[in-house]
Ligand binder design. Structure first.
Ligand SMILES: C[S@@+](CC[C@H](N)C(=O)[O-])C[C@H]1O[C@@H](n2cnc3c(N)ncnc32)[C@H](O)[C@@H]1O
Length: 254
């Protein structure tokens, strides 16, 4: 498999047109969870748990899970033992949502987690209504990253918390080379074979390499009104967790 496009051309699978991205996730939905477990050696569940813990949810919190897919992060948000947490999961890929809904019903969680079709760049929620927002491995796919981050800031209450999980690339020299070989050569082959999609799992490493660096994403969050931004490297930098708080309303001078 070749990962490079001719000089001056963008690899076709880096096109983030919303219809193309939604179609790609719809096409791989039936294998999505299985491939997540397999390709991350089961670590993906732990990453979502760590993201939810970082939010320090309180009883009765309303959480928005953007790019919810098959709802694994939404489910993790209700699994932490904090009472009466409710979640709205938003995604534009209908097949992913259908599978998520099946999981919610099977787990008896459909009363606490609601799923709806929507675009991260135009969230179907009012302003200042959410206590926390989560995004798991989704922000990289949003065509206009700045619009996506700005929308998350808009829907959060002042002081509300944001947790973003996104793939990265380890920096440690030997490990980096080994991981990039796995990520760019092995993973796309396994993904293609099991999902039967020609380029969804080539898009994954290519889109991670082309995405904003951790510092650039943190700077974007800061420009959108997030403060106390923390960047944690998980699994040596295979995944990054960004945790932040929406700035409080400025105090009025009396
Ligand atoms: C890699 S999956 C992640 C799913 C889930 N958050 C998880 O942790 O497994 C990315 C999801 O983001 C969704 N997505 C990408 N761009 C989106 C956008 N602009 N609006 C809504 N959903 C989007 C895709 O449809 C897909 O279901």
């Amino acid at each position: 498999m070749t990962m490079s496009a001719p000089a001056g051309e963008r690899a076709p699978y880096l096109d983030k047109d919303p219809r193309r991205i939604a179609g790609m996730f719809d096409a791989i939905a039936h294998r999505y969870d299985q491939l997540n477990r397999l390709l991350s050696a089961g670590l993906d569940r732990r990453w979502r748990r760590v993201a939810v813990e970082a939010l320090e949810l309180r009883a009765g919190d309303r959480v928005l899970d953007v790019c919810t897919g098959t709802a694994d992060l939404a489910i993790a948000a209700t699994a932490g033992g904090t009472p009466r947490v409710t979640v709205l999961g938003i995604d534009f890929a209908v097949e992913m949502l259908q599978l998520g809904l099946g999981k919610l019903r099977a787990a008896g969680l459909d009363g606490r987690i609601r799923l709806a079709r929507g675009d991260a760049a135009r969230l179907p929620c009012g302003s200042g209504v959410m206590d926390a927002v989560t995004v798991g491995f989704g922000i990289r796919n949003v065509q206009d990253t700045a619009a996506g981050i700005a929308e998350m800031a808009r829907v959060l209450k002042p002081g509300g918390r944001l947790a973003i999980l996104e793939f990265g690339e380890p920096r440690m020299p030997g490990l980096r080379a080994l991981y990039l070989w796995y990520f760019r050569q092995v993973l796309p082959r396994i993904g293609r074979r099991l999902s039967r999609h020609t380029d969804a799992y080539a898009y994954l490493p290519a889109s991670v390499s082309a995405f904003l660096s951790p510092d650039e994403l943190a700077a974007l969050m800061s420009r959108s009104g997030f403060i106390d931004i923390r960047i944690d490297r998980l699994a040596f930098g295979v995944v990054y967790l960004y945790v932040a708080r929406k700035v409080d309303e400025p105090r009025r001078a009396d």
